[in-house]
Design a protein around this ligand. Structure first.
Ligand code: HEC
Length: 169
C-alpha cells in the first residue's frame, strides 16, 4: 500500500517536472528573444547622440533621462537573461535536469547545485541513484529512462560547467 502511494507521488512529481521543464523551455526561448532585442537596441542607442544634436537643446533634456531609464530596464533584463543561462547546455541536460538543478547547474530550492562537482563524483551519484543504492525517488525514476552513454555524457557536461561559467564572465 505504502509503495503504491510512493509510486503515485513519484509519478505526480514526474508529471510536474515535465510541465515545469516545458515552461522553462519557453522562458529560455523568450529570454533569447529579449537578448536579441537588447543587442539590436544597443546599436540604436549608439546612433542616438547624433540625432539628438539636431533638435533644440531644451527638449533633449527629458529625452536623456528617458534614455537612461530605458537603459536601466535593459540592464536589468540583460542581467536576468544572463543569470538564467550564462552558458549553453545540451538539450538533454536542459530538458531532463535543469528544472531542478538550475539551467547552468547552479541549484534551486528543489535540488542541490551540481556546478563544480567532478565527473567521477557525478557519474557515481547517477549510478547510485539509478541502482537505488542512494535512495531518492525522483532521481531514481528519472534515471531509469537514461542509458549509460547518456549518464556519461551528462556527467562530462556538468563537470565542465564551472570552467565554462568562469570563461563566460
Ligand atoms: C525533479 C527534480 C530533479 C530532476 C529533474 C533532476 N534531479 Fe538530480 N537531484 C534532485 C534532488 C532532490 C537531489 C538530492 C537527492 C539527495 O541528495 O538525496 C538530486 C541529486 C542529484 C545529484 C547528487 C548531487 C550531490 O551533491 O550529491 C546529481 C549528480 C544529480 N542530481 C544529477 C542530476 C541529473 C544529471 C539530472 C538530469 C538527468 C537530474 N539530476 C535531474 C532532483 C532532481
Amino acid at each position: 500500500m505504502i509503495r503504491h502511494i510512493i509510486a503515485l507521488i513519484a509519478a505526480a512529481l514526474t508529471v510536474w517536472a515535465i510541465l515545469y521543464m516545458a515552461r522553462l523551455d519557453m522562458e529560455v526561448h523568450r529570454l533569447q528573444m529579449i537578448q536579441e532585442i537588447i543587442a539590436k537596441s544597443k546599436q540604436e542607442v549608439k546612433l542616438q547622440p547624433k540625432a539628438a544634436q539636431t533638435p533644440a537643446p531644451k527638449p533633449s533634456k527629458p529625452a536623456v533621462s528617458e534614455e537612461s531609464e530605458a537603459q536601466k530596464k535593459l540592464k536589468v533584463l540583460k542581467e536576468k537573461a544572463g543569470r538564467l543561462s550564462a552558458i549553453k547546455v545540451s538539450p538533454l541536460y536542459r530538458r531532463t535536469c535543469s528544472s531542478c538543478h538550475g539551467i547552468n547547474g547552479e541549484g534551486t530550492q528543489i535540488a542541490p547545485a551540481l556546478v563544480g562537482k567532478s565527473k567521477e563524483y557525478i557519474l557515481k551519484a547517477l549510478h547510485d541513484f539509478k541502482t537505488g543504492k542512494r535512495k531518492n525517488y525522483v532521481m531514481y525514476g528519472l534515471l531509469q529512462r537514461l542509458d549509460e552513454k547518456q549518464l556519461e555524457e551528462l556527467a562530462t557536461e556538468i563537470s565542465e560547467f564551472a570552467q565554462k561559467l568562469k570563461a563566460a564572465q
